[in-house]
Design a protein around this ligand. Structure first.
Ligand code: TYM
Length: 336
C-alpha cells in the first residue's frame, strides 16, 4: 500500500481579547478551530497587540488575555495538537509587521472597511496602529506561512490584503511567503445582531441584548433569544433579504442541530416564533453550558494557563524566527 507522507497544511488564526467572546466569535471562528486540529497543523493566537488599537484599561487587558486563553482551551483547543499563544509573546510578529508596513500602500490600508468603521466609532483615537492593523494581521499569518486562515466573513478584506502584500514581497525579492486562503464556512460566517439583524453580532454593540456571550448563563441566553427582533409575517422561512431576523436564528439553529433550512422550516411549520426562539436558545445553551463549566475550572488554574502560553510562545517563536531571519536577509538588513 502506498504510504502518504504528505505534510499537513498549516493553519493560523487569532482572536482579540476584548471582553468575553460572543456567539458570533464561537460560530464563525472558535468552533471551527477545534474541529480543524486533527487534519491540520494549527497555531491559534490571542491577538492582544491588536486589542491595543482601541484604548484599553491595562488590568482588564491582562485579565482578558488570561480569560481568552481559558475559553479557547475550554472550547476544545488541545495543546497536544495545536500551538496556543499570545501575540505579544512572540516579538517576531511585530518585527515582520514593520517590513510589511513598508510593503503596504496607503491607498490599500485606507480602503479597509474595518478601519473606516472603527475610525467613525472612535473619532478621538484614529491612531497609526488602527490604520496599519491589517499589516500586523498579515504578519501573524505570513510569518508561519499559513495555508489556511479560519475566520468569519468580516475578516475577508484583511485576508485579501495579506495575500496582496505577500505577493508583492515575493515578486520584489524572491518567493518567501505562502499565499494564505480563507477558511470560511458557509453556515455561520456572519452571525447577526439579535436586536438589529442587518448588523453583525458584535461585543462592542452598546445594546447587551444584541449579542450572546459565550459565558452567558442559560436563562440569559434564552431571554435574549426570546427578545430577538424578527418580523410580523409569522412564517419560519430562510430568506436573508426579507426575513433577516428569522434567517439569522435559523442559521444558528442549523449550526447546532445540523438540520437543513428546509428541515427547520418543516419542524416549526404552524408553530409561532415564540416556540422557535426558545428552541434556538435551548440548543445554544446546551452547547455552551459544558464549555462554561470547563472554562471556570481552567480559569481558576493560573499556573496551567501561564504554562500553556509559555510553551506556546516558545514553539511559535521557533517557527516565526526562521521566517523573520530569511526576510531580514532578503530585504538587505546587515547581518552580523
Ligand atoms: P475578532 O477578535 O474581531 O474576531 C474573532 C473571530 O470571530 C469572527 N467573528 C464572527 N464570525 C461570525 N459572525 C460574527 N458576528 C462574528 N464576529 C466575529 C471573526 O471573523 C474572527 O474570525 N483581526 C482579527 C484577529 C486576528 C486574526 C489574525 C485573525 C489578528 N490576527 C490573524 C486571523 C489571522 C479580529 O479582530 O478578530
Amino acid at each position: 500500500m502506498e504510504q502518504t507522507t504528505e505534510k499537513k497544511k498549516r493553519i493560523l488564526s487569532g482572536i482579540q481579547p476584548s471582553g468575553s467572546f460572543t456567539l458570533g466569535n464561537y460560530i464563525g471562528a472558535i468552533r471551527n478551530w477545534a474541529k480543524l486540529q486533527d487534519d491540520f497543523e494549527c497555531l491559534y493566537m490571542v491577538a492582544d497587540l491588536h486589542a491595543l488599537t482601541v484604548r484599553q484599561v491595562p488590568a482588564d487587558l491582562r485579565a482578558r488575555t488570561k480569560e481568552a486563553t481559558a475559553m479557547l482551551l475550554a472550547a476544545g483547543i488541545d495543546t497536544k495538537e495545536s500551538i496556543l499563544f499570545a501575540q505579544s509573546h512572540v516579538p517576531a510578529h511585530t518585527q515582520l509587521n514593520w517590513i510589511l508596513c513598508c510593503n503596504s500602500q496607503f491607498g490599500e490600508l485606507s480602503r479597509m472597511t474595518q478601519f473606516k468603521d472603527k475610525s467613525a466609532k472612535h473619532p478621538d483615537n484614529v491612531n497609526g496602529g488602527l490604520f496599519t492593523y491589517p499589516a500586523l494581521m498579515a504578519a501573524d499569518i505570513l510569518i508561519y506561512n499559513a495555508d489556511l486562515v479560519p475566520v468569519g466573513q468580516d475578516q475577508t478584506q484583511h485576508l485579501e490584503l495579506a495575500r496582496t502584500v505577500a505577493n508583492r514581497f515575493n515578486n520584489a525579492y524572491s518567493p518567501t511567503f505562502t499565499l494564505p486562503d480563507g477558511y470560511i464556512t458557509k453556515e455561520g460566517a456572519k452571525i447577526m445582531s439579535l436586536t438589529d439583524p442587518t448588523k453583525k453580532m458584535s461585543k462592542s454593540d452598546d445594546n447587551q441584548n444584541s449579542f450572546i456571550l459565550m459565558n452567558d448563563d442559560r436563562d440569559t441566553i434564552v431571554r435574549k433569544f426570546k427578545r430577538a427582533v424578527t418580523d410580523s409575517d409569522g412564517v419560519i422561512r430562510f430568506d436573508t433579504e426579507n426575513k433577516p431576523g428569522i434567517s439569522n436564528l435559523m442559521s444558528i439553529y442549523n449550526v447546532f442541530t445540523g438540520k437543513s433550512m428546509d428541515e427547520i422550516a418543516a419542524e416549526f411549520d404552524g408553530r409561532g416564533y415564540a416556540d422557535f426562539k426558545v428552541a434556538v436558545g435551548e440548543v445554544v445553551a446546551d452547547a455552551l453550558d459544558p464549555i462554561n463549566a470547563e472554562y471556570e475550572k481552567i480559569l481558576a488554574d493560573k499556573a496551567y494557563i501561564d504554562n500553556t502560553l509559555k510553551e506556546g510562545a516558545q514553539m511559535a517563536s521557533k517557527l516565526a524566527n526562521r521566517t523573520l531571519t530569511k526576510v531580514y536577509k532578503k530585504v538587505g538588513l546587515y547581518q552580523i
